[in-house]
Unconditional design. Structure first.
Length: 243
């Protein structure tokens, strides 16, 4: 009989691991940390299409900031969008441009995209001092928690805790709002999972537990619930299968 994986058995843990464990999460290993793969409820993929909240905080991400950062990323073959936009990359990674030279790159839902690691390695391999300005790395892995809110009622739930109009016809796919969510400074990016509405949410990791509770509370009216990464992957895969 296999012993269930626990967050304490790995080198790194989500900022929310106690909350997730208390909700019955089953954990899987990824990026040297435990991530909530499922919660054991009936048809989590359907829940994600209705209104689901997933914790992706253990997933890999890197940041680059300062003069020359955007140009350096472009020189590495990265698609760099306009300010306050996000763009999917060739391997499924996502780049979020928060300022002219303030950029964050995350892996994909399945954690197969290698771009964050490749960029970190390329940066470390550059000669010092650099030949041209390229900014400096930002610790986005530990500084931000990373949640994903999905489903047909996601915009309505966000309207209860965020003053920005995030309805799909007003907040297009790929847009970023740097705003307040549940009175916490946050980054909200619309990055749909195939044909399911999805908001990528980033905020100060020190407030992760407070934020998680606030968002779950806003979801109750619409029958929302926590979902794991397996549900997100199922939503993505089901839509791909219909294409």
């Amino acid at each position: 009989m296999n012993t269930p994986l626990t967050p304490q058995s790995l080198a790194r843990r989500s900022f929310l691991y106690r909350k997730l464990a208390g909700l019955g999460a089953r954990f899987a290993a990824g990026n040297e940390a435990a991530i909530a793969a499922s919660f054991g409820g009936a048809d989590e993929a359907a829940a994600a299409r209705n209104l689901g909240l997933a914790d992706l905080s253990p997933r890999r991400r890197v940041g680059f900031k300062g003069p020359g950062a955007a140009d350096w990323l472009a020189s590495q073959g990265v698609t760099v969008p306009e300010i306050n936009r996000c763009a999917a990359q060739a391997d499924g990674a996502m780049l979020f441009r928060l300022g002219a030279n303030d950029l964050m790159i995350t892996t994909d839902i399945g954690a197969t995209a290698a771009l964050p690691d490749r960029l970190a390695a390329a940066w470390a391999a550059l000669e010092n001092p650099p030949q041209s300005p390229r900014g400096f790395p930002m610790p986005r892995q530990e500084g931000f928690c990373w949640l994903v809110l999905t489903g047909q009622h996601a915009a309505a739930a966000m309207a209860k805790i965020c003053g920005v109009d995030l309805r799909p016809h007003r907040f297009a796919a790929g847009e970023i709002a740097q705003t307040s969510v549940a009175r916490l400074s946050a980054v909200v990016a619309r990055a749909d999972i195939s044909d399911t509405l999805a908001y990528q949410l980033f905020a100060d990791s020190a407030s992760a537990e407070y934020w998680w509770d606030c968002i779950l509370d806003a979801m109750q009216e619409f029958g929302g619930r926590p979902v794991g990464t397996e549900a997100l992957a199922a939503v993505q895969g089901a839509a791909s299968g219909r294409a």
